[in-house]
Write a protein that binds this ligand. Structure first.
Ligand SMILES: [Zn+2]
Length: 455
């Protein structure tokens, strides 16, 4: 009943499959929008600032006027570069290794507004700590401000951290909406390279509709409801006082598809900004393609193993006499149909893995509880190949974004001096996907591959 699955080995052990290569990271998009380069921008920002600070230009002394002009210029430049960086990102995806297929390309768009400076000023006024707040030479964490609304409590805080002795400044405003059962956290990050006199508003780099959040403030678990035979998501509730800012956060960076969020851990550490950009690249991939390759892999694994676990349970009941053959057949047929939808075939008498000899190309799936199953699946190489390509693309795009910003003198990872430094950071990440996929799926006689292992 097995179909032959050919060339499994070749697909997963491609000798050309190097870690993100220099050429992958060198295919730049050609066009960048000029939407943010207009002279009007400067005048607009001038007006916004005057209003925000409640100032009248004619009442300023020459010295104050100079400071104000300078600040307005920095901000104008920052808005232009942040906006263009968003457009740049939008234009990277069509140059990917894994190109958009469904014709959806270019429907993706950049964020329309800037939020950060207004929020920051509002917060500074409320805290009454404007001078400490504005001293960019020290780490700073504000107290938490709370506002009671009709349906929730709104909490806001501001954090600032220096990276590499102040070569880079990372600012973070976090807003957390608390209800009785849940919380909903949003944030914005501004990264400043003081030498470039420019701030990069990370929120502007996301696709339209996306928001940032600290990973620590988002928590959920996938629980199996065995009665209903389905997986349910249970959310936790975090208050803002638990969050000490991005610095030293040990939470992961990830792209949260269902909530259109890019979630981050420690952006301050070496490589933190690169990891953040990697996840932003995934967000752009998502808006272009409407699918999520890592998610496809994980869903394949979790759907397959949950059905196989139920079948194993019924199989054991049958063998111990707790279930009759007719009932078993009913379950068996239902589960077989579900697995066929995933492109999975299995031998009804040999689907539980117990160290037995297996045919080349068989897949061994390991469930989180350690139970193991043997199946065959023709679709699997495609799922894996897509997953691998989109990971490599996302790293390559993160590097492209660094290069783009460097043209404006902005260097967010001063410790990365050469392409090799980037690679030294990225390789272990690819290696960790390798380990994690291997712990979920093994291919008999083949290898699930992200990294070429040099022999
Ligand atoms: Zn990734």
């Amino acid at each position: 009943m097995w179909k032959e699955i050919n060339n499994m080995e070749n697909k997963f052990d491609n000798p050309n499959s190097e870690p993100v290569s220099e050429s992958e990271a060198a295919s730049e998009p050609e066009e960048v929008s000029d939407e943010y380069t207009s002279e009007n921008m400067k005048t607009d920002i001038f007006d916004i600032l005057l209003e925000m600070y409640n100032l009248e230009l004619e009442n300023l002394t020459d010295e104050q006027r100079k400071i104000f002009d300078n600040y307005a210029m920095v901000l104008t430049r920052s808005v232009i570069i942040s906006g263009n960086a968003g457009h740049y990102w939008k234009n990277i995806i069509p140059n990917s290794i894994r190109k958009p297929e469904n014709g959806n390309g270019y429907s993706a768009d950049v964020q329309p507004d800037i939020f950060f400076e207004e929020n920051k000023l509002e917060l500074a006024k409320k805290l009454g700590q404007v001078s400490e707040f504005n001293n960019l030479k020290v780490d700073y964490q504000s107290q938490i401000l709370e506002e009671e609304g009709k349906e929730n409590i709104k909490q806001v805080s501001y954090n600032r951290f220096l990276k590499n002795d102040g070569k880079v400044i990372i600012e973070e405003i976090v807003t957390n909406y608390l209800t009785e059962e849940h919380n909903l956290a949003f944030s914005n990050l501004v990264i400043t390279d003081p030498q470039a006199s420019c701030k990069l508003e990370i929120g502007k780099l996301l696709p339209e509709g996306y928001t940032l959040s600290p990973s620590e403030l988002i928590g959920f678990e996938q629980k199996i409801n065995s009665e209903l035979q389905r997986i349910e998501t249970v959310f936790h509730r975090f208050t803002l006082d638990k969050y000490k800012g991005t610095k030293n956060s040990d939470s992961e960076f990830y792209h949260f598809l269902n909530f259109k969020k890019v979630c981050y851990g420690d952006v301050v550490k070496k490589g933190g900004a690169l990891s953040l950009f990697h996840e932003i690249a995934h967000a752009w991939q998502q808006v272009y393609r409407g699918e999520h390759e890592r998610g496809n892999f994980e869903k394949f694994h979790s759907d397959a193993t949950i059905w196989l676990a139920i079948l194993k349970n019924k199989y054991e009941e049958l063998n111990s006499g707790k279930m009759n053959e007719d009932s078993y057949e009913f379950y068996f047929n239902h589960i077989k149909t579900e697995l066929e939808k995933l492109g999975i075939e299995f031998d009804p008498d040999n689907f539980i893995y117990d160290g037995q000899a297996l045919e080349q190309g068989s897949l061994i799936l390991t469930r989180f509880d350690g139970s193991r199953f043997v199946v065959k699946c023709e679709n699997f190489p495609k799922i894996m190949e897509a997953y691998e390509k989109c990971e490599r693309d996302a790293w390559a795009h993160a590097i492209l974004m660094f290069r783009y910003l460097k043209k404006f003198g902005i260097n967010l990872e001063p410790e990365f001096k050469s392409f090799d430094d980037f690679r030294k950071y990225i390789d272990p990440c690819l290696d960790s996907y390798q380990k994690s996929t291997e712990s979920m799926v093994e291919i008999v006689g083949g290898r699930v591959g992200f990294l070429k292992r040099k022999k």
